[in-house]
Design a protein around this ligand. Structure first.
Ligand SMILES: Cc1cc2nc3c(=O)[nH]c(=O)nc-3n(C[C@H](O)[C@H](O)[C@H](O)COP(=O)(O)OP(=O)(O)OC[C@H]3O[C@@H](n4cnc5c(N)ncnc54)[C@H](O)[C@@H]3O)c2cc1C
Length: 400
């Protein structure tokens, strides 16, 4: 018989969502909270783009998991393997079984390298990288900053993605670097992206298109990566509107892989039937599971309709924490998440276009009369210098 323990609140995933929620629940006086997290380190992923663009050191984006786990919250260093929500049990990789009063499922996204033939080999080859993998983000900058002429290809996948616009960020940082060093005229820059416009938020698109014209970037809209040949250094790009393909030779490739919920989560009955990405079926406003009232989800693994990002999570954490506290008292959840999301585009080495928008990609500025979607130096300082501090010191402590 497996060992069985019990926790009032069991959180699966000790990333941005799991730690900030655990800290907030603890602050609200909820007893007996445990976080299941297999990794011994915690990553601040928004800095990966800056690392790949030569504007941050890898060490700034990583801390030990022990140091971010809130005092009073138990860290179970293990992975969740099976969830049986009908029986209120979670089985861990080690075979241990845990029962719970409330379960919060937030294990983030998995990177589906194998969905594009040749992609994984390409990003590990001497000419490829991906800033969506912490270990490969410094390599992206080594390759981009060493390029003196030739072709640099950047790609964004279709389907769900962490901060989807982040696919473009190292590209602008590199272009500005090449411009500054008089190299840009000798470098062909191609951005492959699956949507009909550069991002989809009015106002933001105009700013990004202006920068794309300034740097002479070739934008392949409605297109995605179909295959990579790392030996020949070629990408096959498919246009999804007319089905045509184009083969391009690259000197540097920075690719973002397709993404989905972890396979083990897809195998549970927490996603809705037919939810391809395998995300946890929750009410997108209250974040409570639609079939299991003591199961909740937030962050990248939740089937909410917003763009998946840390900025969305900051709002979701407060909503979920308050609703879970109410549910423990037998009350109905009343707090509602409004679909807010954010994407700070690093459009140069000192400026940012700050996109804030709702689930329909309509502008949703935090400070209504300030045009934060315009390229600005102040937004750079907020994104590069202020946000990392806010993350480590306030968000992960359940205070922002
Ligand atoms: C390159 C890049 C740039 C980004 N830029 C921005 C940005 O500028 N602004 C912004 O707001 N957001 C940005 N994001 C998105 C942001 O980082 C994510 O939305 C956020 O981290 C999601 O939090 P999460 O807790 O849902 O997932 P994560 O933070 O990914 O955490 C998930 C955790 O679950 C754990 N886990 C996985 N499987 C299991 C298991 N079986 N059992 C237990 N635990 C498990 C993982 O180890 C991980 O620690 C960016 C992301 C990337 C990759």
């Amino acid at each position: 018989m497996p060992d069985t323990t019990h926790h009032e609140v069991l959180i699966i995933g000790g990333g941005n969502a799991g730690i900030s929620l655990a800290a907030r629940l603890h602050r609200y006086g909820v007893p007996d909270i445990a976080v299941v997290e297999p990794k011994d380190h915690h990553l601040y992923q928004p800095l990966f783009s800056h690392i790949a663009g030569g504007k941050a050191k890898a060490a700034e984006a990583i801390r030990s998991q022990a140091s971010v786990t809130p005092p009073g919250v138990e860290w179970i260093r293990d992975g969740a393997l099976v969830i049986n929500a009908a029986a209120n049990t979670v089985t861990l990789d080690s075979g241990e079984q845990i029962t719970y009063g409330h379960l919060v499922v937030c294990p983030g996204l998995q990177l589906d390298w194998d969905k594009i033939p040749g992609l994984e080999a390409a990003v590990h080859s001497p000419f490829g990288a991906s800033h969506y993998e912490f270990a490969l983000a410094p390599k992206a900058w080594t390759l981009l900053s060493s390029l003196k002429s030739g072709t640099a290809v950047f790609t964004m996948p279709s389907g769900p993605a962490k901060c989807a616009g982040a696919a473009q960020k190292p590209m602008y940082l590199a272009c500005d670097y090449w411009k500054e060093h008089g190299l840009l005229d000798d470098i062909r820059v191609v951005m492959v992206q699956p949507y009909p416009t550069v991002y989809g938020v009015p106002g933001v698109d105009e700013e990004l298109n202006r920068k794309i014209a300034e740097y002479g970037i070739e934008l392949r809209l409605d297109s995605e990566l179909a295959a990579v040949d790392p030996t020949a250094q070629t990408v096959l790009i498919r246009n999804n509107t007319d089905g045509t393909t184009e083969e391009l030779r690259y000197d540097v490739l920075n690719a973002v892989p397709p993404q989905s919920a972890p396979d083990w989560l897809k195998a549970t009955d927490l996603p809705a039937a037919g939810n391809d990405g395998g995300f946890v079926e929750v009410d997108p406003e209250t974040l409570r599971h639609t079939r299991y009232p003591n199961v909740w989800s937030l962050g990248d693994a939740a089937a909410t309709t917003n763009s998946k990002c840390g900025g969305a999570l900051r709002k979701q954490t407060k909503v979920l924490a308050k609703n879970l506290v109410a549910a423990r008292k037998g009350a109905a959840p009343t707090e509602k998440y409004n679909g807010y999301a954010v994407c700070p585009f690093t459009v140069s080495r000192s400026t940012v276009v700050f996109a804030e928008f709702d689930a329909g990609y309509r502008p949703m500025p935090t400070i209504p009369k300030v045009p934060t979607w315009k390229e600005s130096r102040a937004s750079w300082v907020v994104d590069r210098d202020v946000f990392p501090q806010v993350y480590w010191n306030l968000i992960l402590k359940g205070r922002a």
